[in-house]
Design a protein around this ligand. Sequence first.
Ligand SMILES: C[C@@]1(CC(=O)O)C2=NC(=C\c3[nH]c(c(CCC(=O)O)c3CC(=O)O)Cc3[nH]c(c(CC(=O)O)c3CCC(=O)O)/C=C3\N/C(=C\2)[C@@H](CCC(=O)O)[C@]3(C)CC(=O)O)/[C@H]1CCC(=O)O
Ligand SMILES: NC(=O)c1ccc[n+]([C@@H]2O[C@H](COP(=O)([O-])OP(=O)(O)OC[C@H]3O[C@@H](n4cnc5c(N)ncnc54)[C@H](O)[C@@H]3O)[C@@H](O)[C@H]2O)c1
Length: 164
Amino acid sequence: MSYFPMFIDIEGKHILVVGAGKIALRRVQTLLQFRARIKVIAKEIPKEQKEAFHLLVSEGKIVLEEKAFEESDLTEAFFLVLAATNVKKLNHEICMLCRKRKILANTATDRTDCDFYFPAVAVQEELVVGITGDGSDHRKVAETAARIRKVLEMEHEEKNQSRQ
Ligand SMILES: C[C@@]1(CC(=O)O)C2=NC(=C\c3[nH]c(c(CCC(=O)O)c3CC(=O)O)Cc3[nH]c(c(CC(=O)O)c3CCC(=O)O)/C=C3\N/C(=C\2)[C@@H](CCC(=O)O)[C@]3(C)CC(=O)O)/[C@H]1CCC(=O)O
Ligand SMILES: NC(=O)c1ccc[n+]([C@@H]2O[C@H](COP(=O)([O-])OP(=O)(O)OC[C@H]3O[C@@H](n4cnc5c(N)ncnc54)[C@H](O)[C@@H]3O)[C@@H](O)[C@H]2O)c1
């Protein structure tokens, strides 16, 4: 079943991301383009993502707490929560806790637990494209997004060249 694509204002809104691996980093980088206020809580930062996360902290773009997630981390302040740990059961529990608090939640490990899907995003000037499928073929979504980014990039370059 496909979900309705809702384009929503997250500027200045507090978003919690639990986990600091490859998936969390990809999502933080996407969300920052839309000026959200992001807190990341992770037991540890995998070495591949350390430099990128530390740079975001030093630039003041995110707040990072290196610790295991606890229920008390979920305050009313959060508009959205993304559970992106590699522990499916924990991600599920986070989604359940959010539901009790009426906070919209997403998990990277079980589509049936998500209140919303995280889309593949392409941004070019005033255009924003968000893509999801029905959850059954993530690779197809990633490949389609890559093609759309190429088209937008080509059109952007053509426009720049015709101006010169
Ligand atoms: C669009 C994108 C956004 C992003 O992540 O930024 C995204 N997945 C992407 C890629 C991708 N995901 C996976 C692979 C590995 C190959 C494969 O398994 O096929 C690849 C390929 C890759 O990484 O190239 C594995 C995977 N994904 C989910 C599960 C759990 C499950 O299905 O239950 C598992 C199994 C995990 C496991 O095995 O443990 C679940 C979800 N992934 C979603 C989004 C949501 C709706 C997706 C839809 O509409 O289909 C949804 C439902 C929930 C959510 O996470 O929001 C991003 C492309 C970004 C881009 O290219 O810009
Ligand atoms: N939805 C998607 O697009 C997609 C794509 C590929 C994989 N996945 C799934 O997403 C999961 C995460 O992938 P990854 O590559 O980012 O994983 P990863 O192993 O690189 O990172 C996992 C992170 O979770 C943190 N974590 C673990 N337990 C924690 C706890 N108790 N409290 C706080 N943080 C905790 C770890 O410290 C680490 O920072 C994978 O298990 C995989 O199944 C999803």
